[in-house]
Design a protein around this ligand. Structure first.
Ligand SMILES: Cc1ncc(COP(=O)(O)O)c(C=O)c1O
Length: 411
């Protein structure tokens, strides 16, 4: 018998055919917003993008030529799921400088950290599995794990990151333990906060007491503009931390090269999950990243980024002081790419967003970063790495005008 979704000549009812989990997927608000803001006249602080004019294009070109001349048979061939061995050796060595002691065998190269988040969802999350995260949190993680029908249990952030003193109280109220705790300790996306060492140690103490795993997502750790490096959680508790790194912010996001490091048992499961996803990350891109890293170019590049982005952060903050209405406030990130700004309460950053874009400037409204949509109404995330200094000043000025005009309508 032929069963038609609608009628033999009507349109197919795709919605009806979707898996249950697909129905809970939403497209990322940021990606949708970026579409509107791609027009060149819009000064966008919305994306999390590095400065394209700083990409080490010539060095990458040299790496490509070198590889194609000297190692074309391996560079263009399939390779192992775990990833290019010399790159994993380089990563093991460079993470050891931050106190993360794992062998290259405990590293899996991923197609950006975003794939790492997805693979974690694939191996850990059943429908209704609870996971603990700070709130606000990284939108891409919400998106990845919602697809596996995760439930988010949230812990509020303050100006030092996750309020870990609320962790134990939250755990005690839960019927079952969460599958893992998701932490963004360095230069939080979106909040710009840095978790102090005492709080990292407290997360570990609680994780050990309740036998929990920690997922430490650290794309920005190398981009510190002031202060001292703080020990990663993976260095304090290597036995129960899964650490995610990426070249997206320190080299180029277009290569799509990230990595996961963690206990061998879990890396094995992740390797199996990755085999079904893409067999392996691009061999050629891994070899390019490796070549650039091994020749010391990455180190020089990161040094340059620290200087330029640190200056852009300061320029943005100075412009906010000059142009924004009284009652506004913002975080002072010690690194990373984002400021989290609050504007006076009557203003709703989502409601005014259309007006903001009409004024040729953009941010991401704060509410998007709350898994339950229950906060950030007067907040916004601003990226300071992508725009040039004069655009930053102009964009912040435009925003200030919209905010002041909006406040006038509220009085
Ligand atoms: C906290 C966090 N995790 C993961 C990612 C994903 O990065 P990628 O997939 O480019 O490595 C990002 C990107 O903005 C991020 O901010």
């Amino acid at each position: 018998m032929t069963v038609y979704a609608t009628s033999p000549d009507g349109p197919v009812n795709w919605e009806r055919m979707l898996a249950q989990r697909t129905r809970s997927m939403q497209s990322s608000a940021i990606r949708e917003l970026l579409k509107i803001t791609q027009e060149p006249s819009v000064i966008s602080f919305a994306g999390g993008m590095p400065a394209p004019e700083l990409f080490p294009v010539r060095e990458i070109e040299e790496a490509c030529s070198y590889l194609l001349r000297n190692e074309p048979k391996s560079a263009l061939q399939y390779s192992t799921t775990e990833g290019h061995r010399p790159l994993r050796e380089f990563l093991a060595e460079s993470m050891a400088k931050y106190g993360i002691q794992h062998s290259p065998d405990n590293i899996l190269i991923t197609t950006g950290s975003q794939q790492a988040l997805d693979l974690l969802g694939k191996i850990f999350i059943d429908p209704d599995t609870e996971i603990l995260t700070g709130s606000p949190t990284y939108l891409g993680a919400i998106q990845a794990w919602r697809a596996y029908q995760a439930q988010f249990i949230t812990i509020p952030l303050d100006d030092k990151g996750m309020q870990v003193e609320l962790l134990e109280e939250t755990l005690n109220k839960m019927d079952q333990m969460p599958r893992f705790i998701y932490v963004l300790p360095n230069f939080h996306n979106p909040a710009g906060t840095t978790l102090p060492e005492e709080r990292r140690r407290e997360v570990v103490r609680i994780a050990r007491k309740y036998d929990l795993i920690i997922v430490e997502d650290d794309p920005y750790g190398a981009l510190r503009y002031e202060g001292e490096d703080i020990m990663p959680i993976a260095a304090i508790a290597p036995e129960r931390t899964i650490y995610l790194g990426t070249f997206s912010k320190t080299l180029t996001p277009g290569l799509r090269i990230g990595w996961i490091v963690g206990p061998a048992e879990i890396i094995l499961q992740l390797v199996r999950a990755k085999q079904g996803a893409d067999l392996h990350s691009s061999t050629f891109d891994q070899m390019i990243a490796n070549d650039v890293a091994q020749r010391g170019i990455l180190k020089v590049h990161v040094k340059k980024l620290r200087k330029v982005y640190g200056e852009r952060r300061d320029i943005m903050q100075d412009a906010m002081t000059e142009f924004w209405p009284e009652g506004s406030s913002w975080t002072h990130p010690e690194g990373g790419l984002f400021l989290w700004a609050r504007v006076p309460e009557p203003i709703n950053t989502l409601e005014i967003f259309k007006k903001v874009v009409q004024n040729k400037v953009a941010y991401v409204p704060g509410v998007n970063f709350y898994p339950h949509g229950d906060g950030g109404f007067n907040a916004m995330r601003l990226n300071f790495s992508n725009a040039q200094p004069e655009q930053i000043v102009e964009g912040i000025h435009r925003l200030g005008k919209v905010l002041k005009a909006e406040l006038l309508t509220k009085h």
